[in-house]
Unconditional design. Sequence first.
Length: 238
Amino acid sequence: MVSITREQIAVLIELQNIDVESTRIQSFLNGIKPKVDQFDMHIKAVEQTIAEKESIISGLKQEYRLRESDTKDNQEKIRRNNEKLVSVKTNKEYHAILKEIEGLHKKNSIIEDEILQKLDFLEKEEKLIVLDKSELEKLKEEAAQEIAVLNEKGDTEREKLKAFLSSREEIEKTMDPEVIKRFKIAREQTHGSAIAAVKNTICQGCNMNIPPQMYNELQRFDKLEFCPRCYRIIYWGE
Ligand SMILES: [Zn+2]
């Protein structure tokens, strides 16, 4: 049997409150890095999409320049053929050159349609990329702001946690080591909440009934009692 006083029970309740708050802070602190990583991943994904679109656009521009130089080559050929026309000797040769000129005009007209289509597409894509980039800037700004808030809160919470842990240590020193030992065992068994009030014969930790004799004994606040169901330290909480 471990004897106890009403004051010691009050201290155990305080310790438990510190534990609950410390756990909450710890889990908040643990959550900061994954949140920051998530922002980074989102930004990287958007940056990658933009880079892919830019590479498509630069490929299209290259194609466009090649096609444009094709039309210039064709125009040059047409010009030379026109010159030849002046000095041809036979009718057959004349028609052959005319046919070639006609073919070159047709080719150029097809290429020009193609170029126009590409230009149209390029123009649209470039407008979209400008939008994407401004969205990216917005995203980066928002992320930086939220991360700054998170980090700032993290610093405050870390200080709070430090204060809790040191006050916890001080409080423990004032207690009977045997009581603290039992408290810690109960905390491990119940994964966090080591002490529970009993109200109306019901343990507030597990919502089960306490045997009547134990319930009566609790009112004396003279020894540590444990809930027979959940193993928490229990106290008279009416
Ligand atoms: Zn219980």
